[in-house]
Design a protein around this ligand. Structure first.
Ligand SMILES: C[C@H](O)[C@H](O)[C@H]1CNC2=NC(N)=NC(=O)C2=N1
Length: 101
């Protein structure tokens, strides 16, 4: 089932619960800084595992010690849906454990 686009108000309300995440154009985004390159790669692997579990995939940019995510829902015409917020919520749950801030 295709998830429904969220209203602007719903997006803002749910982003308020996810410090560091923001709306940038048609995607929600967040950048993390980590203690080393390997720590950044470890976070990417954990995100990849979560993405396959959700069958929902962000654009991920890996830097030296940074990881930047941006995501919307292609199947909803590039809108923000609950799946985008759920991916962000799950990444927030484990990012700090990788030393990300
Ligand atoms: C076939 C597969 O379920 C779809 O292509 C999934 C995979 N990952 C996805 N990721 C994102 N961000 N949006 C989608 O619509 C999407 N669709």
């Amino acid at each position: 089932m295709t998830p429904e686009p969220l209203s602007q108000k719903e997006i803002e309300d749910r982003l308020a619960e996810l410090p560091g995440w923001s709306l940038d154009g048609d995607k929600i985004t967040r950048s993390y800084r980590l203690g080393s390159h390997f720590a950044a790669v470890g976070l990417v692997v954990h995100i990849a595992q979560t993405q396959d579990e959700l069958d929902h995939h962000a654009d991920i940019a890996l830097g030296y010690n940074t990881v930047a995510l941006s995501v919307n829902t292609h199947s909803a015409g590039g809108s923000i849906t609950g799946l985008d917020l759920e991916l962000a919520r799950r990444v927030e749950e484990f990012a700090a454990g990788h030393g990300a801030h």
